[in-house]
Design a protein around this ligand. Structure first.
Ligand SMILES: Cc1ncc(C[n+]2csc(CCOP(=O)(O)OP(=O)(O)O)c2C)c(N)n1
Ligand SMILES: [Mg+2]
Length: 758
C-alpha cells in the first residue's frame, strides 16, 4: 500500500496518526469523506424533522448511499465532468460542492432553491456550476440523457468550432463548454434497471464506446419490491456482463475506500477512451423509501438490523478510529461543527423568500428568444438567389396506392416548384451548412451506415424511409447524420442530453404511430427541462415526425394523428405545415429557436401537387403562432391545418361556386402557440366557425379551439361552433373504411353548407 505524508492542515486532536493511504485516499481525504457523509445524513435527519413539523412538504433520503456518492465525487471533477445523479445522491452532490443550505432551500421550496426555484421536490438536484444536470422524478429517464451528454462531449471535441457563439439564433444564448476527456456519471437504483431505457442506454454507450459511468446503487428494494422480482437471478451485474467495451465493477458500496478504488479504475478506463464503465454498488436503505413509506410493513426487523450493521457512516467512523486517523475527540468536534452549521442553515432556509405565484409562467419557454416575434418573419429569396433548390429528395407525387417509402420515385422534375419533401431536405441542408451544432439521427435517416459502400460508390444511399434526409450524410459526414437503433426513447433521450450541452439535434421519428416509446421523454423530460430547473438548463431539440393518413392502405399504424396529446404539454412547440413553403419556413424557425419543437410532417403532403413552391432561400422563416389566411371570405370561418387544408379549400370553392357562400379559410400552421387573433378577427367578421381536423373528433385539437370561441366570442356567433374530424376510431386499411373514417371533402362541404344555412 502506498504511503504519503500526513496532511499539514490536520489539527491536533483531529490528528491523523498515520501517513498511510488507503487505495490512494489520504487520511485527510478520509476525514473529508466522513465530514461529507455525516453532513449528508444530518441533512436528511434535519429534513425529516422539518417534515414532521410540516415546514417542508416531502422528504426522500440518501441514507445508506453516502459512501459510494462521496467516492464518485472524489474521483470525478465538478464543472468538468457531467453528472446525472438520482435522488439518493445527496452525498455525491455535497462532495461535488453543493451546500447543505442550498439543499434546505430545496426542501422548503424557496425562490432561491438552485435546483428548481421551488418547482421540484427536494433531492432533485441541479447545479449548473458543478455540471449537475436537472433530473425528474421519473426513474430512469436520466440514463439516455447521460448517454447523449457524453456523445455531445465527444462531438464537440471533434468539432470545436461548433462551440462558438453565433448571433441571431439559439446559439446566442447557449454557452457551450467541453474538455475532450470528460466523463458523464449517471446513477440509478436497482429497481430502475428493469426499465427499457436502461438497456437502451447501455446498448448505445457500449456500441459507441462512450465515456459514461453507470452507477447502480443497489439497496435491494424499489419501494417495497425486492431485487429478485426486478432482476432475473437477483444480480444486475450478471445480466449486463455481456455488453462489449465495458469496464465492470461490483462492490460493497458502503465502504468508501473500496468505492473510491472502483471509481478510480472506472474513470481511468473511461477517460482513456476505452468505453463506458458499470459500477454496481451494494448499499443499504435504512430510512424506508421516503417519508411516505414505512418499510416495517414489508421488511422484518431482522433484515433491517442486518442492513444497519453495514451503515456506511458508522463504518467509516469506526474505520477512522481503528486506523487512528481520528480519535473520539476529533470525531465529536467534526460532528459538533456540522450540527452547529446545520442549525444556522436551517434557520436561514426557513426564512428564505418563497416564489411568487405570478412567476409560474416564467421559463415555460425561452425568455431570450421568441419564435413568434418579427425576427422570425423573413421573406422568401427570389428563386434565382436561392442557394440550393435541388435537394436529392424527389418531387414525384406519392402514389396513394402504395405508401411503401421505398417505392417513391426520387427523380426531381424540372419545375422550379418543389415538393414539401424537397424543401424540408433543402432546409436541413442549408441549416447544417450554417450551424455545425446540428446533428441528425433517427431510424434509417443516414444514407448508409456502412459508409464504405458510399465511398466506393456501390450504392446511392437511403436517407430516410421518406427520403427527407437524403444526401445529408454524404455532404456532412457520418458523425453529423447517422442511424439510431430502432428505439424511439433512445432517439429523444439522447437528443435531450445533447441539447442540454448545446448541440441542436434534429431527430426523426419515422412514423407518428411509433412515437409512444419516446413518450416519457417527450412528456416528462424534453419540454420541461427549462421550467423545472428554473431556467438553469434547456434542451431545444427539434423532433421531426411523419404523421397522418389519407394514404389508401396506411391502416392503423401508419395513419395516426394525435397532435393534441402534445399541444397539451406545456413547453413544447407544435407545428404542422400544410404546404412546402410553410414547411421550409417553419422548420428553419424550429431549428433556430430556443425551445423544443415537435415538427409534424404530413406524409400525404410530402409529394402532393398541392402547395409546391420554389425553394425560398437559406434564410426564409415563418414565425410560430401566425396563421395563414388561405382565402378570405365573409360567410363563415373554417379553421384547420395539415392535410385537411387542401380538402377544405376544395369544399370551400365548391360552396362558393354552387351556393355563393364565401368561406374564410384559416390554416393555423402552428398549433402551439396558435393564432388566436386571426381566429377571433375572422369569427367576428363571419359570425360562424367550423374547426376541421384529421384526428378523431372527441378530445381532439379542435375541441380547445371550439371551447375558446364559445367562451370568448359568444356574442359574435350566429350559429353553434361546429367541428368536422375523423370518427372516434383508428384508421382502417380497406379504402372504403378509411374514407368513412377520415374527414373527406364531401364531409367538409356538407358541414360548411349547414353552418352557412343555420
Ligand atoms: C417511471 C416511474 N415509475 C414509478 C415511479 C415511482 N417510484 C419512485 S422511486 C421508485 C422505486 C425506485 O427504486 P430503485 O430504482 O431501486 O431506487 P431506490 O429508491 O431504491 O434507490 C418508484 C417505483 C417513478 N418515480 N417513476
Ligand atoms: Mg433500490
Amino acid at each position: 500500500m502506498a504511503t504519503t505524508k500526513v496532511d499539514p492542515k490536520l489539527n491536533e486532536g483531529d490528528i491523523a496518526k498515520t501517513a498511510k493511504t488507503y487505495q490512494g485516499l489520504t487520511s485527510q481525504q478520509l476525514i473529508d469523506a466522513y465530514r461529507m457523509m455525516f453532513t449528508s445524513r444530518r441533512v436528511d435527519d434535519r429534513e425529516i424533522l422539518l417534515k414532521r413539523q410540516q415546514k417542508v412538504f416531502f422528504q426522500i433520503s440518501g441514507a445508506g448511499h453516502e459512501a459510494v456518492g462521496v467516492a464518485a465525487a472524489f474521483v470525478l471533477k465538478p464543472g468538468y465532468d457531467w453528472f446525472y445523479p438520482y435522488y439518493r445522491d445527496r452525498a455525491l452532490c455535497l462532495a461535488l460542492g453543493a451546500t447543505p443550505y442550498e439543499m434546505l432551500l430545496g426542501a422548503v421550496g424557496a425562490a432561491d432553491d438552485p435546483n428548481s426555484g421551488g418547482r421540484q421536490m427536494p433531492s432533485h438536484w441541479a447545479y449548473p456550476r458543478l455540471n449537475v444536470v436537472t433530473q425528474s422524478s421519473a426513474t430512469g429517464t436520466q440514463i439516455l440523457q447521460a448517454v447523449g451528454c457524453a456523445e455531445a462531449g465527444r462531438y464537440l471535441a471533434q468539432h470545436p468550432n461548433a462551440a462558438r457563439k453565433a448571433e441571431g439564433d439559439y446559439r446566442q444564448f447557449k454557452d457551450v463548454h467541453f474538455q475532450g476527456d470528460e466523463i458523464t456519471y449517471v446513477s440509478l437504483g436497482d429497481g430502475t434497471t428493469s426499465g427499457g431505457e436502461f438497456w437502451e442506454a447501455l446498448n448505445t454507450a457500449s456500441n459507441r464506446r462512450l465515456p459514461v459511468i453507470f452507477c447502480v446503487e443497489d439497496n435491494q428494494y424499489a419501494i417495497s419490491v425486492p431485487v429478485e422480482v426486478q432482476t432475473s437471478g437477483g444480480n444486475i451485474s450478471r445480466l449486463v456482463s455481456g455488453f462489449p467495451n465495458f469496464h465492470f465493477e461490483e462492490i460493497d458500496g458502503t465502504d468508501p475506500v473500496v468505492a473510491y478504488a472502483a471509481f478510480q479504475r472506472a474513470s481511468d478506463y473511461c477517460r482513456a477512451g476505452h468505453g463506458p464503465a458499470f459500477v454496481h454498488a451494494h448499499v443499504i436503505r435504512p430510512y424506508s423509501h421516503s417519508l411516505s413509506d414505512d418499510e416495517r410493513l414489508y421488511r422484518p426487523d431482522a433484515e433491517r438490523q442486518a442492513d444497519a450493521a453495514h451503515d456506511p457512516v458508522h463504518r467509516l467512523q469506526l474505520f477512522l478510529l481503528r486506523e487512528g486517523i481520528l480519535d473520539e475527540k476529533g470525531i465529536n468536534k467534526i460532528e459538533r461543527e456540522i450540527e452547529e452549521q446545520m442549525q444556522a442553515d436551517t434557520d436561514r432556509a426557513l426564512e428564505a423568500a418563497v416564489p411568487q405565484p405570478d412567476t409560474i409562467y416564467n421559463f415555460v419557454y425561452s425568455p431570450d428568444l421568441d419564435p413568434t416575434s418579427a425576427a422570425f418573419e423573413t421573406h422568401a429569396a427570389a428563386p434565382e438567389t436561392a442557394t440550393d433548390g435541388k435537394p436529392s429528395a424527389g418531387s414525384q407525387n406519392v402514389n396513394p396506392q402504395n405508401i411503401s417509402p421505398q417505392n417513391i420515385n426520387l427523380q426531381s422534375k424540372a419545375s422550379p416548384n418543389k415538393t414539401m419533401a424537397d424543401l424540408i431536405n433543402a432546409t436541413l441542408r442549408d441549416e447544417m451548412r450554417r450551424d455545425e451544432r446540428i446533428v441528425i439521427f433517427g431510424e434509417d435517416v443516414a444514407d448508409a451506415s456502412r459508409e464504405e459502400y458510399l465511398k466506393q460508390k456501390l450504392i446511392k444511399g437511403k436517407g430516410g424511409v421518406f427520403k427527407l434526409t437524403s444526401g445529408l450524410q454524404l455532404e456532412f459526414g457520418s458523425d453529423r447524420v447517422f442511424n439510431s437503433p430502432l428505439a424511439e426513447a433512445d432517439i429523444v433521450g439522447r437528443a435531450t442530453g445533447m441539447a442540454t450541452r448545446g448541440l441542436k439535434p434534429v431527430v426523426e421519428i419515422q412514423f407518428f404511430d411509433y412515437i409512444w416509446p419516446a413518450m416519457m421523454q417527450l412528456r416528462d423530460e424534453l419540454p420541461i427541462i427549462r421550467w423545472r430547473s428554473n431556467n438553469a438548463f434547456s434542451a431545444p431539440v427539434v423532433v421531426r415526425v411523419a404523421i397522418g393518413g389519407y394514404l389508401t392502405g396506411g391502416a392503423i399504424y401508419h395513419s395516426q394523428c394525435g397532435e393534441s396529446i402534445f399541444t397539451h404539454t406545456p413547453g413544447l412547440r407544435v407545428v404542422f405545415p400544410s404546404n412546402a413553403l410553410d414547411a421550409a419556413g417553419l422548420l428553419r424557425t424550429a431549428i433556430r429557436c430556443d425551445d423544443p419543437v415537435l415538427f409534424l410532417e404530413h406524409k400525404r403532403l410530402y409529394r402532393e401537387t398541392y402547395g409546391r413552391a420554389p425553394y425560398p432561400g437559406p434564410d426564409y422563416m415563418v414565425p410560430f403562432g401566425k396563421a395563414k389566411i388561405v382565402q378570405p371570405g365573409t360567410g363563415l370561418t373554417v379553421i384547420t391545418y395539415g392535410a385537411v387544408v387542401p380538402r377544405a379549400l376544395q369544399a370551400a370553392q365548391k360552396l362558393e361556386r354552387e351556393h355563393q357562400v364565401s368561406v374564410e379559410l384559416i390554416d393555423l400552421r402552428s398549433l402551439n402557440p396558435f393564432d388566436w387573433e386571426a381566429i377571433a378577427a375572422s369569427v367576428k367578421k363571419t359570425n360562424r366557425a367550423l374547426i376541421a381536423y384529421e384526428d378523431s373528433l372527441s378530445w381532439g385539437y379542435g375541441a380547445e379551439i371550439a371551447a375558446r370561441i364559445a367562451d370568448q366570442l359568444f356574442h359574435d356567433l350566429d350559429a353553434p361552433v361546429k367541428r368536422v374530424a375523423a370518427t372516434d376510431t383508428f384508421v382502417a386499411y380497406q379504402p372504403i373504411l378509411e374514407n368513412a373514417i377520415l374527414p373527406q371533402t364531401s364531409d367538409l362541404f356538407r358541414a360548411m353548407k349547414e353552418l352557412a344555412e343555420f
